[in-house]
Design a protein around this ligand. Structure first.
Ligand SMILES: [Ca+2]
Length: 203
């Protein structure tokens, strides 16, 4: 007998067996099976949601790192944007230095959140998602990490290259600049005051 015919016979026998077995299942057993299947489905839906969330958390860094987006803005570029007589294109400026150094002198309009506090829910809620955020610290090292973190979280952030040491030549505010003659500027500063925006979800 040809192989095709054998397969047909096997399928028919299998179907008959399933019909007979189904006939032997009581109503209560059938309902229990239905409940079990429903529970499995719910569990899978839950797992699927977890998987989707996990997948998104892996994709966000890749999306940012492979975007080709510039990681830094120079002090010269920031100065030009801030003082071009067009307030509409001004970025949100985030100082992640300590309160002490923020009070010594900061970039005009900057908001201060020390880097250790940036990822707190209530601080993130204060940052705009529809506006570029320039992040600055002392030399740009810590701010570049905060910049990457904010981009992964969906913000449009960019690091101030060389940080405050490039914005000012004031040694009290930004000591330790290693190429002052080439990169440091004497741009405007605001002394004192902690500017804290309205917090929508503060604990
Ligand atoms: Ca401007």
């Amino acid at each position: 007998m040809k192989l095709f015919n054998w397969l047909q016979i096997c399928l028919i026998v299998l179907c008959l067996t399933m019909i007979l077995l189904a006939g032997c299942v009581s109503k209560s057993e059938y309902e229990a099976l239905q409940a079990e299947n429903a529970a499995l489905l719910d569990e899978n839906e839950f797992l699927k949601a977890d998987y989707d969330e996990l997948k998104a958390s892996y994709e966000a860094p890749d999306t940012y790192l492979s975007s080709g987006k510039a990681p830094n803005i120079s002090a010269e570029e920031l100065y030009e944007i801030l003082y071009d007589d067009n307030p509409d294109n001004n970025p949100f400026i985030l100082s992640v230095r300590s309160h002490e150094y923020y009070e010594k002198g900061h970039i005009p309009g900057a908001i201060n959140t020390p880097w250790q506090q940036v990822a707190k829910e209530w601080n993130l809620a204060m940052l705009p998602k529809d506006r570029q955020i320039v992040v600055y610290c002392w030399t740009g090292h810590i701010a570049s990490q905060i910049t990457a973190l904010l981009n992964i979280l969906g913000y449009d952030a960019i690091n101030l290259k060389f940080g405050m040491t490039s914005w000012t030549i004031n040694k009290d505010i930004a000591p330790g600049r290693y190429e002052e003659a080439n990169d440091s500027h004497n741009y405007p500063l605001v002394i004192g005051g902690i500017e804290v925006p309205e917090c929508p979800v503060c604990p």
